[in-house]
Structure formats: structure tokens, C-alpha cells
Design a protein around this ligand. Sequence first.
Ligand SMILES: Cc1cc2nc3c(=O)[nH]c(=O)nc-3n(C[C@H](O)[C@H](O)[C@H](O)COP(=O)(O)OP(=O)(O)OC[C@H]3O[C@@H](n4cnc5c(N)ncnc54)[C@H](O)[C@@H]3O)c2cc1C
Length: 495
Amino acid sequence: MGKRTEAEVVIVGTGFSGLGMAVQLLERGHRDFVILEKAADVGGTWRDNTYPGCACDIQSHMYSFSFAQNPEWTRAFSPQQEIWDYLRGVADKYDLYSHIRFGQEMTGARWDPEEHRWHVATRGGDEFAARYLVNGLGALHLPQIPELDGLENFKGETFHSATWNHDYDLRGKRVAVVGTGASAIQFIPRIAPEVAQLTVFQRTPPWVLPKPDHEVPDWARTLFRKVPALQTAYRDLLYWSLESRAVGYNNGGLTLMKLTQRLGKWNIDRSVEDPALRARLTPDYVLGCKRVLLSNDYYPALARDNVDVRTDGVAEVREHSIVDGAGVEHEVDAIIFGTGFHVTDAFENLEIVGEGGRNLAKEWADEGMRTHLGITVAGFPNLFFLLGPNTGLGHNSVVFMIESQARYVAEAIELVGRTRTAGIATRPEVQERFNATMQRKLAKGVWTRGGCRSWYLDAQGVNRTLWPGFTWRYWLATRKVAASDFELIGTAGDK
Ligand SMILES: Cc1cc2nc3c(=O)[nH]c(=O)nc-3n(C[C@H](O)[C@H](O)[C@H](O)COP(=O)(O)OP(=O)(O)OC[C@H]3O[C@@H](n4cnc5c(N)ncnc54)[C@H](O)[C@@H]3O)c2cc1C
């Protein structure tokens, strides 16, 4: 028989989302919350992704909490270890460890309409009962490994970029990398000089622009430490310059994106001499349709003599080799998957049951992920998502979105408190309106019109991942909780 714990709020996850939510609650004087984390430490993305070269691609001074700015970032785009240390530092500073239950994986949650509470089940058999359930599960969290014919017969080493095997020595090995997304373009330049032979299996080439990375000079760090207002001003500058990129992604920005492609083309041409390789690396869709990547060393790595880029796909995996779509067999000792994450199907394994026995995973699988503002879901009172559907970004820091959402969730909880009710239930028509607006805006953006198929799209080909437009509009939309968007249910003492 598992243990039962009661709290006002259960938060799930200890990445930027879960930690940001916890700090928001503390700052408003709410101390009765528990954070469930299936792993053994905080950090989410930045704990798990330890592959060589892992770093953020939004400048650290912006890709961090506004309430915990860090003058010590050593680079414009900090490496994984520094971001992980930063998140652990935030957890320490706000004394969040005392709220966290490590090794507790939520497997499902059931809404009790009498008690107006969520009953959260964990893999170990424990139960957490709470008025509010806030999911900060992460959008890029469950590694995706493609179903390749014969993969189970492979006798060598295989791992995904998010579960890198540091005990496996790649030096002198013949290595295959499957995938050329955001992670692959970071680790390929690191491993290429070490391995004997690197065969890269590329399905669709990404657009890769030069990365304006640099060390943060000592004087700047000292200045940021001594005059925090200067760092805030620098952060604001970064915010607005990143924000200006939304113009290209959205309504009518296609021409701008095509112009920016020239920079991408230049980035290829300056490093790759072989015209055949250049052609294979040049995307045939408009820049921005898939996530735009940043790197100065990816193309030089691909141009090395010991690196081969294959574009015919993987036909079959054998005991010691991969056969590509053109029938060529490549002997390899290891296969590394840089194939991304389960994004739009990430909730399929969670049994979240709302009003009238409604099953969230099933509804989302059938109809696509639908929420109001990416945060609340009709039929699932007092359930909140952080970085939920249609709130991901390609052009700016998602931490900005997470902070807006955490504030909104806290406001919603306080609205329930003020009205002496027991919960809020999203009005279905409000959710419908939000989704219709999202899809109308997305249809005009480069993700839809750019001529590609990306991981932003779900099984039905609908983009339920990105927020279309400026993030300050999202900030505005979430600044106040409109009571009219919800039905207030129950009475305060319900239990
Ligand atoms: C390599 C990489 C680089 C990135 N770089 C950038 C960038 O530069 N800029 C940017 O804006 N975004 C970037 N992202 C996106 C990044 O995922 C988000 O910025 C952010 O880290 C998400 O935070 P999160 O807390 O929502 O999710 P996560 O960091 O994924 O955290 C989720 C947490 O929930 C826990 N969890 C999940 N399911 C359960 C469960 N059922 N029970 C209990 N615990 C659970 C996980 O263990 C994890 O700790 C990057 C992503 C990756 C993978």
C-alpha cells in the first residue's frame, strides 16, 4: 500500500517550468505544494542532455529567469553544465529541495468531482491528493527513436543524444549518426575529429545560420555583478532583438525569410567546397519552416574527409552495418540517434481523467491537443500545463512563456481563493475560440507555408506546438485571468 500525501498544489517536473512555478507560488506566500520529479535531480532538459557540445541557442542572459538573473554566464550561449548548475542554484536559493519528491513519476491523475481535487498516482504506488495539478513535464523530454528495420539485430552500441553513453569510447570507431536536428548539429562537430569514420544519415537538411557566440569578458561579468540594472537592460535589448525575428516567421514574413536564407547559403558555401555536398546540405524549403539552427562548426565538420553525409535514408540495420536507401552498406560500430523527442504524442502514456471520466490522452490523440492559452483544458478543472500546446517558440526564449504561465496559474489559484470556490473549469467555447485563433494565425506563418514537414506538426498535420506571433502578446493575454473564461465550481471547504 503506497503512501498518501495531501497538498494544495502538486507540481510535476523540475525543469525551468516546475521550478519557475514553485518560485511564483512561494513569492505569493503559498507554501503548501509538492513537486514530483521522476529523476534524481532537478534540471529537466539540462540534466538529461549531456551530449558533447550541448548548449542553448537563445542567449543565456535571456534564456534564464527574469527573477534570477545570472551575471556569471561565461558565454553568450552557455554550455549545458552551466545551465544545469544555474537551475540547481535556483532550487537552492529558493529552498525548493524541501518541496521536491525525487524518484516520483506521475503515471496518471484522476479528478474527483465531489471533492474537487486531483488524485495523482505515481509509478511507485504512492498517491498525492491536491486541489490543483500543474504539469511542467517538458515538451522535449521523451527521446524518439525511429523504427528502423532490423535495429534489434544490431550488435554494436546505440544511444540517443538525450541519453548519451559517456562510458562508450568513440575514439577510432566507425559511427553512424541518424538525424540532423538541433542536437546533432551540436555534437557532430565534437565527435567528428575523434572517430575513425562518421556517416551522417540526413532526412531533411536544416537551415543553419552562423552562431554569434562569444565568451562574456571578465569586465562585463564584473559590471553585471556590480550593476544589476545593466544586466536587466542587456536582457531587454536581447529580448527585443530576438522578438523582432517573429516578423519573419509570421504573416507575410516569407520574403524576409527568403532573404535571410542567403546568410544560410553563405554559411554552407564558406565551409563546404564540394558542390555535390553543398547541394545535399541546401534545404528546399523556406528558412523558418523547421527550427532554424545556429552553428559555426557544423558545416566544417561535415566537410571533413572522415565524414560522409547520406541522404537516401536507412533501409535496413544489420548486425554490424547500416544499409542505406541506395543499397550501399556502411559498416558501423555505433549508432547515435539525434532524432529528437516525442512532442505532440508525449502525453499518450499518461492516464489523466477529468470530469465525467474524460481521458485527456485519448481526446488529444483523437482531436489534437487543445487547451486555452496552452494552460487550461475544458473538462479538466484545476489542471494546468506549463509550456503546453501552442506555446513553444522558435524565435525567443521559452522561459519568458513559462514565467507568463506560472504567473497566470498563480492568479487562477488566487481567483478561486478570492471567490471562496473550489475550482475553475475552462468554458469549452473559450477554448475553441483560442484554438481557432491559433490555427488561423499559424496558417499564415512560414511553418505552414514554407514547404516542409516538421516536428511542430501532429499526426493530423496540425501545428499544435508553436505560439504564432510576438511573445509580448502572449504576456498580455496571460497578464490577468479573465474570470469570464471560466466557470467557478464548488465551495471553498469541499473535501
Ligand atoms: C538540447 C536542447 C536544447 C534546448 N535549447 C533551448 C534554447 O536554447 N532555448 C529555448 O527556448 N529552448 C530550448 N530548448 C527547449 C527546452 O526543452 C526548454 O527551453 C525548457 O528546458 C523546458 O523546460 P520544462 O521544465 O518545461 O521541461 P523539461 O526541462 O523537459 O523538464 C521536465 C521535467 O519533468 C520531469 N518529468 C516528466 N514527466 C514526468 C512524470 N510523469 N513524473 C514526474 N516527473 C516527470 C522530467 O524528468 C524533467 O525533469 C532546448 C531543448 C533541448 C532538448
